[in-house]
Design a protein around this ligand. Structure first.
Ligand SMILES: Nc1nc2c(c(=O)[nH]1)N[C@H]1C(S)=C(S)[C@@H](COP(=O)(O)OP(=O)(O)OC[C@H]3O[C@@H](n4cnc5c(=O)[nH]c(N)nc54)[C@H](O)[C@@H]3O)O[C@H]1N2
Ligand SMILES: Nc1nc2c(c(=O)[nH]1)N[C@H]1C(S)=C(S)[C@@H](COP(=O)(O)OP(=O)(O)OC[C@H]3O[C@@H](n4cnc5c(=O)[nH]c(N)nc54)[C@H](O)[C@@H]3O)O[C@H]1N2
Ligand SMILES: [Mo]
Length: 725
């Protein structure tokens, strides 16, 4: 369908308008043709030729800020297709290129059908099918003897967020909490740095409602590739841009988003704090500061202005960021002139040594212009803080615990060096750390320990699963009921299971309940019905949520949790804490600041290139490896060098190259492109060691922590690229 005025301009790249092919039913059944989804009440049946499909409203559970409402088309329990829900304001009737393929993901021939027991060496491919009963007997027998010999802290539950809703995710964590296992400090590979930094300045409050972008007069995507990770916000933004609102993208990469922006600012990696403080410098110099807003809503601005800002002259900022003085001046003037500027903060720019201060520095700017006080203005990192449900009832059912903590990104260290007791039993769900963790060689060494008893619960035979003693087939979100809360907009929604689990797959919820029963945990949360669990989430929820009636919620479809137009600050002072006493107490600079990092400086002396990692467009992390179409679409595992860097090394497009540093040498196919600047090598996504590549990018990364939030620092990695021969 060709629209003369296409509100999804630029989305052609993501193929959101592609009509996903139906899954073949097999057995000689006719191929199905699908009408485009039309607005109609659900519960009706869709008559197509001789087939009658049920339509079931579900929610996309993939790790994505959009949290789309979807309509699943189901044939007697089999998922045939999913499409975007036309009745959800944020989803607006389309799903992204990945989710359009979710029927293929669910029905992938690579899905695990039964529990498996390892019969060969760890990391290999020799497994035999076993029954669920045998698998669960073996697991509980082993765990019971580990606890008897070493105590409960010798167990580690390493379950992460990916691709499931609140019940399936949090009850699994609650099981290990109730057992007294070592506690996982989860999310450090992902958002603990940016979220931790946000909490120190804005507090535990969400940011600007993305749907108010219709009222914005300037949009800055600061380190966020909207076309990869926030497609539905991008679609909203296009409509706003049609009315003349400008989009600025600050990103070291000319991402698909940057390529379509009004202005792309190719900043040097890890220098965002310097740029933000430089803008503050110019706003003060030019009298563009909203003194009244700052006096009423900010804490510590004067100290910031006196102690930090003066050093960040436009010339110094240009030198640090690799931009020109003119660009820095122009950006500051643009920002200073806008009243309702909307900054969409990305997470990627915080996965490096000084990432936390970058978020803090950027968060000062909307206070300086008063944008935080106006509809459509302010900053958005993530939203859940302003939709406080009682997750603790699920994730820590028996209250506070003082057991040992394991950092998510330091699984290798925990497995290799923890004593008193060592980790003897490991349970991994919804996570593929053998690929996605930093210092992944240490992770794999840890997983290879012969005396470690590992259980992996996943819909697919991931690289991590190959290290397991027992592999359990997991259902996907389309095969289990759950409660969903968006992290990029203000919607929540309940969804039933759309289809029957493939093979003998069990949901995390079902598995957790059964493990709890077998391990003798008697907290009622483990025997609660789904309805009771939903009620638990709202009982004891925060002020804005506790009035929601769970029964109504379960029937309602998407609900929007309304937000005030002005930003709330949920800090100890109730203000934007530009000065953070919390950070001062931790020995971190209490004011947003930028310094070159000493370790990075030493690495720069030795290595000519810095690693830029970015989300892949079609295969986020490793989760779509079961969809052949998307893997082909993403193309070979590749790295990208600027033409100058390629020429310096006599390398051509398509060459096989080695990426090398002190930690490892891996190989990939080279793309030569000026989408990146000289001095960096871009590796999009994190893909398993496959035929056309040896090794995985995270072999090159250390497990060093970021400045705030103990986050991963994938991008504080320095290396060289060489010809493969
Ligand atoms: N298609 C797709 N969707 C995804 C994911 C995916 O991998 N692919 N991942 C999902 C997950 S787990 C998450 S956490 C979310 C968010 O996913 P994130 O991986 O946090 O993605 P972004 O927030 O877009 O941040 C990445 C962008 O930051 C840029 N960047 C890197 N370093 C810097 C820097 O120093 N400064 C600046 N200004 N920019 C920098 C990169 O070039 C890239 O364009 O998305 C989710 N959605
Ligand atoms: N180099 C580099 N590395 C990175 C990043 C980066 O930017 N650069 N980004 C980091 C970020 S932001 C993140 S969030 C992590 C992501 O790291 P992971 O969470 O390890 O990544 P996924 O590939 O999404 O793995 C999720 C697994 O969950 C399985 N799964 C899906 N649904 C279910 C379910 O319902 N139940 C169960 N039990 N399993 C299920 C999938 O099959 C998949 O194997 O990677 C991090 N790693
Ligand atoms: Mo993430």
């Amino acid at each position: 369908m060709a629209l003369s005025h296409n509100p999804l301009r630029g989305l052609d790249f993501c193929d959101v308008n592609e009509t996903p092919g139906p899954v073949r039913l097999g057995g000689g059944a006719p191929d199905l043709l699908f009408a485009t989804t039309v607005r109609r009440p659900l519960g009706q049946r869709l008559h197509l030729g001789r087939k009658i499909l049920e339509e079931i409203r579900v929610v996309c559970a993939h790790d994505c800020p959009d949290c789309c409402s979807l309509i699943a088309h189901v044939d007697q329990g089999k998922i045939m297709r999913v499409v975007g829900d036309p009745d959800h304001p944020f989803t607006d009737g389309f799903a992204c290129a990945k989710v359009n393929r979710d029927a293929e993901l669910v029905n992938s021939p690579q899905r695990l059908a039964t529990p498996l027991r390892r019969t060969g060496p760890k990391g290999g491919q020799a497994f035999e099918p076993i029954s669920w009963d045998d698998a669960l007997d073996e697991i509980t027998t082993r765990w019971t003897s580990i606890i008897a010999e070493h105590g409960t802290e010798a167990l580690l539950g390493y379950a992460y967020s990916a691709h499931q809703g609140m019940l399936n995710r949090h009850l699994t964590n609650g099981f290990f909490h109730a057992l007294g296992a070592s506690r996982l400090n989860g999310g450090t590979v992902c958002d603990s740095c940016c979220a931790g930094a946000w909490e120190t300045i804005v507090g535990a409050a969400g940011g600007t409602d993305p749907e108010t972008v219709t009222d914005s007069d300037l949009v800055i995507s600061w380190g966020c590739d909207l076309m990869a990770v926030n497609v539905h916000f991008w679609a909203k933004l296009q409509k706003v841009r049609d009315s003349g609102v400008k989009l600025v993208v600050i990103d070291p990469r000319r991402s698909q988003t940057a390529a379509r922006a009004d202005w792309h600012i190719p900043i040097r990696i890890g220098t965002d704090a310097a740029l933000a403080i430089g803008i503050a410098h110019i706003l003060i110099r030019d009298g563009l500061v909203d003194e009244n807003y700052l006096a009423a809503h900010a804490h510590g601005f004067d100290r910031f202005a006196e102690d930090i800002v003066p050093g960040f002259t436009p010339a110094y900022v240009a030198e640090v960021t690799g931009l020109t003085v003119d660009d820095v001046e122009r950006l500051a003037a643009m920002y200073g002139a806008a009243k309702r500027s909307f900054i969409r903060l990305g997470e990627g720019m915080t996965r490096l040594a000084n990432g936390g201060q970058a978020v803090r520095a950027v968060c000062v700017l909307p206070a300086m212009t008063g944008a935080y006080g106006r509809r459509g203005g302010g900053a958005l990192l993530v939203t859940p803080y302003s939709m406080p449900i009682n997750l603790a009832a699920l994730s820590s059912p028996n209250g506070p615990s003082a057991t040992r903590i394991v950092n998510h990104s330091r699984l290798g260290e925990a497995l290799l060096s923890f004593r008193d007791p060592p980790i003897q039993g490991l349970f991994i769900a919804a996570n593929n750390p053998a690929v996605t963790c930093p210092d992944v060689l240490a992770t794999r060494r840890g997983l290879s320990r012969e005396d470690l008893f590992t259980v992996v619960h996943d819909p697919f035979m991931t690289l991590t699963a190959r290290y397991a003693d027992i592999v359990l087939p997991a259902s996907t979100y389309l095969e289990t009921a759950d409660v969903y809360r968006s992290y990029g907009a203000y919607y929540m929604q309940y969804a039933p299971a759309a289809g029957n689990p493939v093979g003998e797959a069990w949901s995390n919820l079902r598995l957790t309940r059964e493990l709890a029963r077998r391990m003798g945990l008697d907290d009622p949360v483990f025997s609660a019905t789904e309805r009771e669990l939903v009620a638990t989430l709202f009982d004891g929820a925060g002020e804005t949520m506790s009035h929601i009636d769970p029964e109504t919620f379960m029937e309602a479809g998407p609900i929007k949790v309304p937000q005030d137009d002005a930003q709330t600050f949920a800090t100890p002072s109730g203000k934007l804490e530009i000065f953070s006493a919390t950070l001062e107490a931790e020995g971190v600079s209490p004011l947003p600041d930028w310094h070159p990092d000493a370790e990075e400086l030493a690495d720069v002396e030795r290595w000519p290139l810095r690693l830029l990692t970015a989300p892949s467009y079609f295969t986020p992390h490793t989760a779509y490896e079961g969809v052949e179409f998307l893997c082909k679409r993403e193309g070979p595992v590749r790295c990208v060098l600027h033409p100058e860097e390629a020429a310096r090394r006599a390398l051509d497009d398509g060459d096989r190259v080695l990426l090398r540093n002190d930690r490892a040498t891996i190989s990939m196919v080279l793309d030569v492109s000026d989408e990146v600047q000289p001095g960096v090598v871009l590796v999009p996504g994190q893909r398993t060691d496959v035929d056309d590549v040896s090794g995985s990018v995270n072999m090159l990364c250390s497990d060093r922590y970021s400045d705030i939030g103990e986050g991963a620092t994938y991008q504080s990695t320095f290396l060289d690229v060489l010809p493969a021969n």
